[in-house]
Design a protein around this ligand. Structure first.
Ligand code: SF4
Length: 955
């Protein structure tokens, strides 16, 4: 029988280059379309991110496009129905926009803080932040507060760039690579491509992770660390390096604040701040001149170890003297930390020696001339080829900020930053480290009706005066970001928004606008109670959160709670700018950004959320979106991207600027900019000349270029790495009652600031763990996403579901035997907060005191376009039920505190401790389970038994 492939008529096919959105990596893809259907997706060979590599998720984008969970039309909760019942009626877009615009106009003209606008893992935060700023609400943030803000803030305040999206390992030169707490879904294709390069070159790859899956499975050495103790391990490595003098002394003197003098006046205001001259320059002890001098001058010989009496009689010690005193203490010795970390002392010592050996005996020298910030020209760059990368295993602990600073401390000691073989910065980083309050960098604090915020809602505080609190010290944001409870929280505390709003603490709000955030399911802690909060009513029968708008492309659990649903498009149906103003696709050797553009025509009544934001901004007459005559400045998002300028010549896209399209990075708007991107396969890359590639933090040519092109947004300056953080010390002084400015009135806040705002990295037991009994809850519990799934969206993806559609609790085989547990046993997992029932599986590659599971595989029946008896709903579970967004109450505290890092407000997902016990005979089945959600209008709930796409018809 002859078979013809009816669908595969090449003459009817078109190919389009665009950007993948199946995870955060932003790989280039080539999409083949036939009759407005996706034929297949391939990797783009020319793309700087993935160089043609396409992962399982990326190719399964096709089944996201054809998901049964796609929303099809705006929905309004049926009048008289209860919120959460998913009883919706379809409405027209004009009506939906009238409803939301009228509501927002009223809020904006009375009290703009009544709007809370929070977004999930979107790639358009520059636009949504601008929108919130123009609206006039401080209540805006994206998902970073429950993702990786610890790393973002620790990196920015320490080295001027950070792990994850603002830096990358130098895969081409690294000879020793440590991967700290990176789950297998993170930075997917770039890490896989990089590891392949390392392996081919014979570099050593060490994975530090309680679970050996994904990348860790191919590590040369796996350190099964106990969760939450990475900082202790890092500081033990610091101990060894200091003890053996395995230090890049020159790097410390030239590029860090290790020689800066710190005032020592315990118990007196000013203690712990840098000694400065009359021009505010930090002082150092010059060994040649034998006197205290301005430490920013070039031709001096600063002492790393110094204790001096200043002209005003105060004593001061150098940062490095303080650091060595702390880290040489026996409490950070490998022998002392080994039991807590679960890593043998000899192993810690060996790893430290191996790193130092590679750094100092296998240095990489490249014949590249460059000029440092003092104008000195060097005829080569020298790299200490030890690289690191880190992610949520570090970040999602309440001690993650200091842990991340500890990793950067190792990098400083080895001189292994932004040179060949190191962890390197990606544009627009490095940025000036927040040291001094700068109006453009402080978070907004003044809110007025019908008025944009003077600054962005988020910023980088450097002192207590920068907090977003009122004159009584009360938080002014709904998530309490930038309050005494979480002072350095530029990504907000999204995990607290619903709890705070439902409790009217610090104040009630009117409208909660959620975009692409599944806060009624996997993106929230304490899922069951948060769902209750979303429907909570006051004594008058009114919802505690009066109006909930949900914007999503798919039928998530959160959609069911909406009063108004605005359906978004998929990533193949809209324009997107992956911008240098946000999270671009830069690589260490090139600045880069990218676009998406519609490769499919819409087949349902949905609109790109960006277009809706621009339209609402026009209707509400935001100044930045309104022309002088009152007409809309931009017709839609596409027009906005071309014509909006943040600063003169700086827009969302950096390529093909200028009226002739010949300028890069900076230039006038180019009306043909989208066309140029599409011609260039949807990305732009600006490669640094050799002299600007390395040591960007101190590279004169790079710094001047960056300033000219507003990559920093602040004047040019060298980025002096901050081993010792003065902003932290200012908050600590406030806690100690020694700060000459705002101080907290609550003893609880004072104690937290005094303890956790240590200007040098330190380790403390994660907050939740420290408050509950280790005997009662002996195991740590963590999660990760599978390599082939990134968003919770993917559990609706017919192809990816074939790889995984249910989850188990994984436990070390020896631990299971000790507890009398075996594969497929039903077990109760209990925390101080709740309990759940699931099935157990055992494995070797799991730290003995840790259990873990896949996150967000389990779904509520009736959502995500799945059949009610889909295994995601019947055999999938969420660990979130066991995690509280609040810490257990501690005696003496005046309130329940957020379960977050006390410095940054990062959600402490991984501080969870549990006990696991075997279920009684007959106790089986996933628990808790929720009633199946109602089907949405137009969805009869019927699904084919087997999803088929592009089957080959016989002829
Ligand atoms: S790694 Fe992420 S962005 Fe790249 S192809 Fe896979 S899913 Fe797409």
């Amino acid at each position: 029988m002859t078979r013809t492939i009816a669908f595969d008529k090449r003459s009817r096919q078109q190919t389009h280059f665009t950007t993948c959105y199946m995870c955060a990596c932003r790989c280039g893809i080539k999409v083949t379309i036939e009759s407005n259907k996706v034929r297949f997706i391939q990797g783009n060979l020319n793309h700087p991110v993935n160089k043609g590599v396409l992962c399982a998720k990326g190719s399964a984008g096709i089944m996201k496009q054809y998901s049964a969970a796609k929303l099809k039309k705006p929905l309004m909760r049926r009048p008289g129905s209860e919120r959460g019942a998913a009883d919706f009626v379809e409405i027209e877009w004009d009506d939906a926009l009238d409803i939301v615009a009228a509501r927002l106009a009223k809020i904006r003209s009375t009290n703009p803080t009544q709007l809370a606008f929070f977004t999930g893992r979107d790639q358009m935060q520059a636009l949504s932040g601008l929108w919130a700023q123009q609206f006039g609400t401080p209540n805006w943030a994206a998902h970073g507060g429950f993702c990786s803000v610890n790393m973002a803030v620790a990196g920015l305040y320490t080295i001027g760039y950070s792990f994850w999206e603002f830096g990358a390992p130098d895969w081409d030169h690294a000879k020793y690579f440590l991967l700290w707490g990176v789950a297998e879904d993170h930075s997917s294709n770039p890490i896989k491509i990089g590891l392949e390069k390392l392996k081919r070159r014979g570099a050593k790859f060490v994975s530090i992770n309680p679970v050996r899956t994904g990348y860790s499975a191919i590590a040369d050495e796996w350190l099964p660390i106990r969760p939450g103790t990475d900082g202790l391990l890092a500081l033990a490595i610091v101990h060894v390096l200091l003890k053996r003098g395995l230090i890049d002394w020159e790097f410390l003197i030239r590029y860090t604040n290790a020689p800066w003098l710190v005032v020592q006046t315990p118990g007196i205001a000013g203690d712990g701040l840098f000694a400065r001259d009359g021009q505010d320059n930090p002082l150092v002890w010059d060994q040649q001149a034998q006197k205290v001098v301005n430490g920013l001058q070039p031709e001096i010989a600063p002492a790393l170890f110094a204790t001096v009496r200043l002209d005003d009689g105060r004593f001061a010690r150098s940062v490095f003297a303080l650091a060595t005193e702390r880290y040489l203490d026996d409490r950070y010795s490998p022998e002392h930390v080994a039991a807590e970390c679960g890593v043998a002392a000899e192993t810690i010592t060996r790893i430290a020696h191996e790193m130092a050996h590679v750094a100092f005996n296998q240095a990489v020298e490249l014949p590249i001339r460059w000029t440092d910030m003092h104008g000195r020209t060097h005829d080569k760059v020298v790299g200490r080829p030890v690289a690191m990368y880190a992610m949520r295993g570090i970040s999602a602990h309440s001690n993650g900020f200091h842990t991340c600073r500890a990793l950067h401390l190792i990098q400083m000691l080895l001189g292994a930053l932004d040179g060949p073989g190191n962890f390197r910065a990606r544009a627009p980083y490095p940025r000036r480290i927040p040291m001094r309050s700068l109006p453009e960098n402080d978070p907004a604090v003044i809110f007025a009706p019908d008025t944009p915020l003077k600054r962005m809602p988020n910023g980088n505080p450097t002192r207590p005066e920068d907090l977003v609190i009122d004159k009584n010290g009360k938080p002014m944001r709904i998530d309490k970001a930038y309050s005494w409870e979480a002072p350095l929280s530029p990504h907000g505390l999204m995990h607290m928004v619903i709890t705070n709003a439902a409790n009217g603490d610090p104040y009630p709000i009117d409208t909660l606008l959620l975009f692409m955030a599944n806060m009624a399911w996997n993106s929230t802690m304490n899922t069951a109670e948060v769902r209750e909060m979303l429907v909570r009513k006051d004594e008058h029968g009114e919802y505690a959160i009066p109006f909930l708008v949900v914007v999503d492309a798919f039928h998530s659990e959160t959609v069911n709670f909406a009063d108004l649903v605005l359906p978004d498009t998929t990533y193949l149906e809209r324009y997107d700018a992956i911008s240098l103003l946000d999270r671009p696709i830069s690589e260490p050797d090139a600045a880069g950004d990218a676009i998406r553009h519609p490769v499919l025509e819409l087949d349902r009544d949905v609109r790109p959320w960006q277009d809706v934001l621009v339209e609402l901004a026009s209707r509400l007459k935001f100044p930045a979106f309104t022309a002088a005559d009152g007409s809309p400045k931009f017709s839609d998002y596409k027009d906005f991207i071309v014509n909006y300028e943040k600063f003169p010549g700086i827009g969302f896209l950096a390529g093909w600027r200028g009226v002739d399209g010949k300028s890069s990075l900076r230039g006038a708007p180019n009306p043909k900019q989208w066309e140029k991107y599409i011609e260039n396969q949807s990305f732009f890359s600006y490669r640094w000349p050799d002299n600007m590639r390395y040591y960007k933090f101190a590279n004169k040519d790079y710094l001047e270029f960056a300033e000219k092109n507003a990559l920093f947004g602040t004047p040019p300056a060298a980025v002096i790495m901050q081993m010792y953080s003065e902003p932290l010390q200012k908050f600590r002084l406030a806690g100690q009652g020694l700060y000459d400015g705002p101080q907290p009135s609550s003893a609880t806040d004072r104690e937290r600031l005094a303890k956790y705002f240590d200007p040098l990295p330190f380790w403390y037991e994660p907050l939740e763990s420290a408050r509950i009994s280790r005997t009662e809850f002996p195991l740590h519990a963590i999660t990760q996403r599978p390599m082939m799934m990134y968003h919770s969206w993917d559990s609706q993806n017919a192809w990816l579901r074939q790889i995984i559609s249910e989850n188990f609790l994984y436990m070390n085989r020896g631990t299971a035997a000790r507890l009398g547990l075996a594969d497929f046993d039903w077990v109760w997992v209990e925390s101080h907060h709740g309990r759940l029932r699931c099935q157990l599986k055992t494995m070797e590659g799991c730290e003995a005191n840790t259990v873990w599971t896949w996150n967000a595989v389990g779904r509520q029946a009736g959502t995500a376009g799945l059949n009610n008896d889909a295994s995601e709903a019947t055999a999938g579970f969420l660990l979130n039920h066991l995690i509280s967004e609040l810490l257990p109450h501690s005696r003496g505290e005046d309130r329940r505190l957020t379960n977050s890092d006390p410095v940054t407000g990062q959600a402490a997902w991984f501080d969870l401790r549990v006990k696991v016990s075997k279920c009684a005979p007959g106790e089986t089945g996933i628990w808790p389970r929720f009633a199946a959600a109602e089907r949405l209008p137009g969805d009869d709930g019927r699904r084919p038994a087997t999803w088929r796409y592009h089957t080959v018809p016989a002829s």
